[in-house]
Design a protein around this ligand. Structure first.
Ligand code: SF4
Ligand code: SF4
Length: 364
């Protein structure tokens, strides 16, 4: 397993997290065995926006004795209770009852990340505040029941609105090549607006947990993929992990077979994770912009082109730490020999050798 440190909370979070939407369908025995196997393989981050309330007791059984080894994202606005399927609400009393019930079933007295749940419209955010749900969430934080606040949304506009308040440490956002390039139900915002959001999160130390990394499986099927070709789970996971601010990707796991398959990401060869096929649909506003994919490797001078470009963009976006990170690289832009290999190889038509000169001048 690989881990990333949450800059604001200090939590060490596994890059592969666990989406629990369908875990209840495995049944009790298989569900518990799957959760235990996830932890044994180093997964420590679990999202609890699940389809069925029956998911919660599985966690209580699997993790009550190792609670300090796992992080829970719990959603204030996802309604659960005995025998219930998931429903969305902003009713404060329903949320109080639901969160209390979830804590009981999880056999815990605290929540690592308490989330403002699934708001995409400014009106919903206003109602969330006016109805007292935000106040309740903040009260739980002041009591130490909730350790950190987060927001789940599919909208860059709403995300920026909530980020402006300075309240949240984590953003759960739908990131995949389909939505980033304006295809699909949650393709909100232009490619440039979405990338600016990811950079803002990185600059502000707000960690991103990624939902819908496969666009609800649409990207995994040639018939529904906007690229006319199926992408693999590993390509989608790598795509999301390459975005600034991203700490963890949360694929939905139904059972141990699913888990074994997604864990195969760590054994996969670089070519199996290469998602440069998405360049076929790059919209005009994203053409010529580096997406940090490193498809242009190998660089004969040994430059990590993707990483150098990421630090450059982040530094320009106001990330105070990016210049320091850049300086720790053993091979920097000044060692570019201008061979043009990256220019020829880049599927996104980035004039990379010229950009390396720009980066060298910027960092000095
Ligand atoms: S220059 Fe092109 S190929 Fe290289 S990392 Fe950037 S986007 Fe990817
Ligand atoms: S132009 Fe520079 S960065 Fe690009 S491949 Fe050649 S040496 Fe590497």
């Amino acid at each position: 397993m690989e881990y990333r440190i949450h800059r604001r909370t200090g939590d060490k979070i596994s890059v592969l997290g666990f989406g629990t939407s369908s875990i209840a369908s495995a049944g009790e025995k298989e569900g518990i065995a799957t959760l235990e196997m996830a932890l044994q393989n180093g997964i420590d981050y679990f999202d609890l926006a699940t389809a069925e309330s029956a998911s919660f007791p599985l966690f209580g059984t699997a993790f009550a004795g190792v609670r300090n080894q796992v992080y829970y994202q719990v959603h204030f606005g996802a309604n659960y209770g005995p025998g219930k399927s998931y429903s969305w609400t902003t009713d404060p009393e329903t949320i109080r009852r639901s969160v209390g019930w979830q804590l009981e079933q999880l056999r815990t007295d605290y929540i690592d990340y308490g989330f403002i749940h699934c708001l995409d419209e400014a009106g919903d955010w206003q109602r969330y505040q006016a109805d007292g749900v935000l106040a309740y969430l903040e009260e739980q934080k002041s009591k130490g029941i909730v350790r950190h606040l987060g927001l789940s949304t599919h909208s860059p506009v709403l995300a920026n609105m909530v980020l402006d308040t300075g309240l949240i440490d984590t953003l759960m956002f739908s990131i995949n090549a389909s939505y980033d390039y304006q295809h699909g139900d949650y393709a909100n915002g232009s490619a440039a607006e979405r990338m600016a959001l990811y950079r803002r999160c990185e600059a502000d130390g707000v960690g991103i947990s990624v939902m819908k990394a496969f666009a609800g499986s649409q990207l995994l099927d040639a018939k529904t993929s906007p690229f006319g070709k199926a992408l693999t789970e590993y390509q989608c996971i790598q795509y999301a992990l390459d975005k600034p601010g991203v700490l963890t990707v949360l694929p939905g796991v139904r059972d141990r077979a699913d888990l074994v398959r997604v864990l195969g990401f760590f054994q996969a060869a670089p070519e199996e994770k290469d998602y440069s096929i998405i360049s076929t649909l790059t919209p005009k506003d994203a053409e010529g912009a580096c997406v940090y994919c490193n498809h242009c490797q190998p660089c004969p001078a040994g430059l990590d082109v993707g990483m150098i470009n990421k630090y450059y963009d982040l530094s320009k976006a106001g990330d105070a730490l990016a210049a320091d990170h850049y300086r720790t690289l053993s091979v920097k832009a000044d060692q570019c020999i201008g061979c043009g290999h990256c220019d020829r190889r880049c599927p996104f038509h980035v004039a990379q050798s010229a950009r390396m000169r720009e980066i060298q001048a910027y960092f000095g």
